[in-house]
Design a protein around this ligand. Sequence first.
Ligand SMILES: *Cc1c(COP(=O)(O)O)cnc(C)c1O
Length: 383
Amino acid sequence: MITKISSDAMIFRLMPERRAWKELNYENLKWNVEKLQALLPEGCAFMAVVKADAYGHGAVPVSSYLNRIGVRAFAVATLREGIQLRKAGIQGEILILGYTPPQDAYLLTANDLIQTAADCAHARALNAAAPYPVKVHLKIDTGMHRLGERAEHIEALASLFALPRLRILGMYSHLCVADSQEIDNVLFTRIQISSFLRTAELLREKGCDPGKLHLQSSYGVLNYPDLPMDYARFGIAMYGVLSSPDSALLDRVPLRPVLSLHARIAMVRDLKPGETVSYGRHFRAESPMRTATVTIGYADGLPRSLSGTELPALVRGRRTHVIGNICMDQLVIDVTHIPDARPGDIVTFLGADGHQTLRAEEMAEKAGTITNELLCRLHLREE
Ligand SMILES: *Cc1c(COP(=O)(O)O)cnc(C)c1O
């Protein structure tokens, strides 16, 4: 924001220039929602997974925008994340995917949140502790062995439907190898799918209505789009990113990244042959070169493990890379071939500059992780 206070062109800014920042492209978010929704069968609704601050994108702005384009179902990991969305006025269903202690059950009702029953014991504890009926989705374990009541425990599951302070509105499970095309993993996924559908069927035969069914997250839909479900839970793909590089999949479903990541050049300097850069002296100039120091580091969420991987960066529409160890607040790039680079220039680590684009899949792979982790750990300290 800029305020002009006198005619002699003295300009006072209310906020300093940004040092390291994310930008969100909402057009791309809309594009991804439409492309992914189009993969789903008739009657299957889009559930937006906005846990971990919407994978680092900002849960409130992302969910508000999704509300405006008609998304009415959200998933978060924790009670606090759900309350944050309600406080911000988010409309529609909000499902908490993780465990909530039974003594917090009153907060579920007060904020109109839906709680996952992690297993039958959790469901009974919620029923016992809740002053008012709690909306729940039952979690079924079909092979992930993280949360969920075992799919074969039909009697125990059926008994939950008689509990007075549980309103069972849905039932879901989670696939653990839906991203893989390997035959073993495809077979395992198919067993998970049929086990989940069978559990729903057996409950119905006992006169229990399991409500809305859902099973797939991003890769579940990308690889098994046609399942008869009421919701699909989209996280990473909604943000326009795959967990790992897969250009064939991106050709089939052209997702557009929502987030871009930028910082600035603080100074440029010339190096003589033999001089080294940053902690540990791991980078050595072989010939005369020019470097630029950039205002972002691992405290902003750029993994230190990217040091020495020639992490690409864009300056003035040209491609270069990081040299030497990434520091807490700063890093150094090679600008030998970008002679016009100067202090204040924008450096792009994710997203586009001119005709060049950098994608999170490549950065995550270099860091030895998946984009899900990379993105949700980007905590730029000025935001
Ligand atoms: C995080 C999560 C999702 C979203 O997964 P993506 O792979 O990011 O689409 C879906 N379901 C559950 C239970 C989750 O924990």
